[in-house]
Design a protein around this ligand. Structure first.
Ligand code: TYD
Length: 212
């Protein structure tokens, strides 16, 4: 029998973008593409990903609260998610594909709502010092197009989705700024294209980054 060493550490891939940018179906496609390569993949989301995180998500999406409470609860859910799920999976060699992570707190709470940057930096340094996703895909789309997509979907909007256009302009700008300051981890995907073109680009990116 051949001796097999410890499993190689898994990769952590996150999807980001303003509400209505069309991440969800692309996440499912990317997970399927990775599984087709024989990789064990866990799909998760933030806020959420653990039983406690999902309860915090309910509060975050529906309960009015102070901006700093919101930022701390996002990071509290994330702390639990990292400890209970993300880090154990990566250490066991499984990959984790997550719908949003700390770039969302930067974009929504700092960019959208005006949380002080140093408070974000302190929370990030506390909750995940020296840890970032291996790859982050930011779905970029004008808030006007995203709003039209969301209203066409007919879903009942949550506390974030009810925000005005200028809020999403600030969130978008913060994502783009993050992409400029953190290459090559953060890649911007033009989300105003047919889904099959976006899917092909993501598969190409994954192949280049992880299977070249
Ligand atoms: P999202 O994940 O887009 O779920 P759905 O597609 O079901 O609406 O929604 C989560 C919301 O939470 C989204 O509007 C962005 C917001 N959010 C933050 O404001 N900060 C964060 O750190 C995270 C993870 C999410």
């Amino acid at each position: 029998m051949t001796h097999r060493g410890p499993a190689a550490r898994g990769r952590f891939i996150t999807f980001e973008g303003i509400d209505g940018a069309g991440k969800s179906s692309q996440i499912a496609a990317a997970v399927a593409a990775l599984r087709a390569r024989g990789i064990e993949v866990e799909q998760s989301r933030e806020p959420g990903g653990t039983p406690l995180g999902e309860r915090l998500r309910e509060l975050l999406l529906h309960e009015p609260m102070h901006l700093e409470t919101e930022a701390m609860l996002m990071f509290a859910a994330r702390r639990e998610h990292l400890a209970a799920r993300i880090l154990p999976a990566l250490e066991a060699g499984r990959w984790v594909v997550c719908d949003r992570f700390s770039d969302a707190t930067y974009a929504y709470q700092v960019g959208g709502r005006g949380l002080a940057r140093d408070k974000f930096d302190a929370l990030e340094a506390w909750v995940h010092p020296d840890f970032q996703p291996d790859l982050t895909l930011v779905f970029d789309l004008s808030p006007a197009v995203a709003a039209a997509r969301m209203s066409a979907s007919g879903a009942h909007p949550d506390r974030f989705e009810r925000e005005q256009r200028d809020f999403f302009e600030r969130v978008r700008d913060a994502y783009l700024e993050r992409a400029r300051t953190a290459p090559p981890r953060v890649c911007v995907i033009d989300a105003d294209r047919p889904p099959e073109r976006i899917q092909a680009e993501i598969e190409r990116l994954l192949a280049e980054r992880f299977f070249a």
